[in-house]
Design a protein. Structure first.
Lengths: 106, 106
DNA sequence: TTTTATTATCGTATTTTTACGATAAATAAT
DNA sequence: ATTATTTATCGTAAAAATACGATAATAAAA
C-alpha cells in the first residue's frame, strides 16, 4: 500500500495493523515464543531454532525490529535480541482493546 | 510461503500468524471497528465507510471471512456481516496468551 | 596479521497482496 | 418483463513479502 494511503485511516488503525503485520508470519511468532521461553535476551542461536536460512531469519528479525517489538544490541561479533517491554505492552494493550471492544451482537 | 512450509511451524504459530495477517491491514481493522461500533450485524454500508472501491472492500471482507473472524449472511440483495464470537474469542485468547507469556527479561 | 565466527545487506527470483474497473449474479422494485 | 441495487468475482497491473545464496562488515581468536 502506498504511503499516502496511510492517511486514510486513523493512527490507531494503522498501528494495530502494523503490529499485527509484524506477527503475521509463523517464523516471527516462533522467534518471539523462543525469546519468551528463554526468558532473557538471546545472543546468536535464533537461526539454529528455525528451519530457514540465516539471511531469511535476519530479515524476519529486522521486521520485528522495525515495529519496535524487538531491540538488538551488538555484543562483540554477536547480536543480542530482546523483546522491548514498552512496545510489547503497547501491542498487548491495543490487541486487548480491540478484542474487548466487541461484546457481542444479534 | 508455500503450503508445505506450514509444517515447519506449530499449529499455534500458524494460527496466530494467520489471524494476525487478517488484521494486518488498516482497512480490515477499520471494518472490524465499524462492526463493533454498530454493535450489530451490518448489512450493506461498509463500502461507504471506507476510502476504497467496492471490489477492494469485498476482497478485504473475504480475507476476514477466510480466517473465520467474519461471517456473512445473504439477505435478499444485501449481505449482512457479523463478527463470529467464537473465532473472536479464539483470537483474543491466542493474542492474550502470547502477550502474557512474556513477563520481562534482563 | 590472518583466520574464524557472526550478523547484516545485496541481488534476485518467486509468490502474495493490494487495488481497481469491468462484469456477472442475485434479488428487489417498477 | 425490465430496470435498478447490491455484492461477488474476474482480469490485471503494481507493489510488497518471502526466501536464498553470495558477499560485506565487524569483532574475536589464533
Amino acid at each position: 500500500m502506498a504511503v499516502a494511503k496511510k492517511n486514510l485511516f486513523t493512527e490507531e488503525e494503522n498501528r494495530i495493523a502494523d503490529l499485527a503485520k509484524a506477527i503475521a508470519h509463523p517464523a516471527r511468532v516462533s522467534i518471539l515464543l523462543y525469546l519468551i521461553k528463554k526468558n532473557s535476551c538471546v545472543c546468536g542461536d535464533i537461526v539454529d531454532e528455525l528451519p530457514l536460512s540465516q539471511s531469511t531469519v535476519s530479515q524476519h528479525l529486522k521486521e520485528l525490529k522495525r515495529v519496535g517489538i524487538l531491540q538488538g544490541e551488538i555484543e562483540g561479533t554477536k547480536t543480542c535480541y530482546c523483546i522491548n517491554p514498552e512496545v510489547w505492552m503497547e501491542m498487548g494493550g491495543l490487541f486487548k482493546g480491540l478484542t474487548e471492544k466487541f461484546t457481542g451482537c444479534c
